[in-house]
Ligand binder design. Structure first.
Ligand code: 4AD
Ligand code: MG
Length: 446
């Protein structure tokens, strides 16, 4: 196949308004075709949007009419036509087709497997490489891209330097049970589950840093929130305490939500998400201590609002987070969990060292945890004791201990999972649709 210089200027469907009244070339695929006697109504998609074409048998050459008549779904095409504003059309414009070149016609004998009829989720996941072409999935991916762009923009324009931690690592960060081992030239290494330990080092070099990349968790959880491979963005800030971290988290999330609202409202509407839900996502966010949240859960159980009793001292389970987060119209920040249920690197609360100076941000509407973070232990002795108490290999952490040996300072950071945020902002009930190719407990295909 060869691309030839089109005889009319190229236009994307997203920008078609600029070409009203003009003849343009649109390159894309046939999304759908309605035939009504001498009239054909093909709908084209080009990745940026949909536009309906119109062709009357008497208005085009016999060749063009025949090429389009009976054209199969997802055939690739180059269409030349005149853009005409039409209030009733999807997107406000129609294309009066003049010419069409079919680049590849999908054979009738082997039709595109995803039809407008309903398909089961398993079938769609099995055909994910094609499913991403649907308007809904494409809209979700554009919103995902905007979330990632806005997240980076927030840090880039607030004095942070992006530093990329390694993906192949010699040791655990969030505990050993969920690591994917890799054979590293005869030695055991692991895929990273968080860049945190490494960006603590770069934070002490550069002050304010962030990392952004894929992370891996061999979690045997089959929930709507868990992927085995997901994208995490993590800031780490020197001379920052828990209060400073919570302020950063709320401003960061508000910026992302407002950017999606400002730039992707049409996509939100297209997937059935009311953009107005995002307008309330403004700082400050409500803050609850773990004790306050636990008391709320216990009361809710007494009132028959939740099914499971909450046992004080435990970490919150998904149903607990779901209920807590559905009590607010914006994310809620739960801070100071019992140190025992949290990671070894969290700084104890000076007011009561049974608690850790940590925060989880729970998204509203029952979406649960989107951010986990903390102030970090800054004392060499305490960190060493913690590593030993958690039975972690001390040799592997010598470099990490160095950060407390040479110019230690209070510092804090968090990690935010992109897919959880996509699910929440898009109002999806499962993270599998939030990433182009989801990796879950029982899926590594396609
Ligand atoms: O709470 P987590 O485990 O925190 C850390 O990894 C810290 N080291 C981050 C830091 O302080 N720099 O994970 C952070 C976030 C969660 O809040 C969630 O949004 C996401 O990562 N996440 C997952 N997303 C999808 N699937 C999974 N299996 C996830 N596990 C965590
Ligand atoms: Mg967490």
């Amino acid at each position: 196949m060869q691309l030839v210089q089109p005889s009319a200027p190229l236009a994307t469907i997203a920008e078609i308004a600029r070409f009203d009244g003009q003849t343009v070339t649109v390159r894309g695929w046939l999304y759908n075709l309605r035939e009504s006697g001498k009239l054909l109504f093909p709908i084209f998609r080009d990745g940026s949007g949909l536009i309906q074409g119109v062709a009357h048998k008497s208005g085009v050459s016999a060749e063009v009419f025949e090429a389009m008549k009976g054209l199969t779904q997802e055939s690739s095409v180059e269409v030349i036509g005149r853009v005409r504003a039409d209030q009733r059309a999807v997107g406000g414009f129609e294309l009066d087709v003049e010419q069409i070149t079919v680049l590849q016609r999908v054979p009738e004998s082997d039709p595109y497997p995803i039809t407008p009829k309903e398909h089961g989720v398993e079938f769609l996941m099995e055909h994910r490489h094609l499913w991403v072409r649907s308007t809904r999935q494409a809209a979700i991916l554009r919103i995902r891209a905007e979330i990632m762009r806005a997240a980076q923009e927030y840090f880039d324009s607030n004095g942070f330097t992006r530093t990329d931690p390694p993906i192949l690592t010699p040791a655990a960060c969030e505990g050993t049970s969920t690591l994917f081992p890799v054979d590293y030239f005869g030695e055991e290494a692991f895929l990273t589950q968080s860049g945190q330990l490494y960006i603590e080092a770069t934070a002490l070099a550069l002050g304010k840093v962030y990392s952004f990349g894929p992370t891996f968790r061999a979690e045997k959880s089959k929930t709507r929130r868990h992927l085995t491979e997901f994208w995490m963005i993590e800031p780490e800030v020197a001379f920052c305490d828990l209060d400073g971290l919570m302020e950063l988290a709320e401003n960061f999330i508000a910026h992302i939500a407002q950017s999606v609202l400002a730039r992707r409202a049409a996509d939100l509407t297209a997937i059935g998400r009311d953009p107005e839900k995002l307008r309330a996502i403004q700082a400050p966010f409500p803050r609850l201590s773990y004790d306050e949240a636990a008391a709320m859960l216990q009361q809710a159980y007494k009132d028959g609002l939740v099914e499971q009793p909450f046992e004080y001292g435990n970490d919150f389970g998904s149903p607990d987070e779901t209920w807590l987060s559905s009590q607010f119209d914006r994310p809620v920040m739960v801070h100071r969990y019992p140190a025992d249920v949290k990671a070894f690197y969290m700084q104890p609360d000076p007011a009561n060292d049974k608690y850790a100076l940590c925060v989880d941000v729970l998204a509203p509407e029952g979406y649960g945890e989107i951010i986990g973070g903390s102030q970090r232990v800054d004392s060499y002795d305490l960190l060493k004791r913690r590593i030993e108490a958690h039975n972690l290999p001390i040799e592997a952490f010598q470099w990490y201990l160095d950060l407390r040996r040479y110019g230690s300072v209070p510092h804090s950071g968090f990690g935010m999972g992109i897919e959880r945020v996509v699910a929440w902002l898009c109002g999806l009930d499962h993270v599998r649709e939030t990433i182009p190719f989801a990796r879950t407990l029982n899926r590594i295909f396609p």
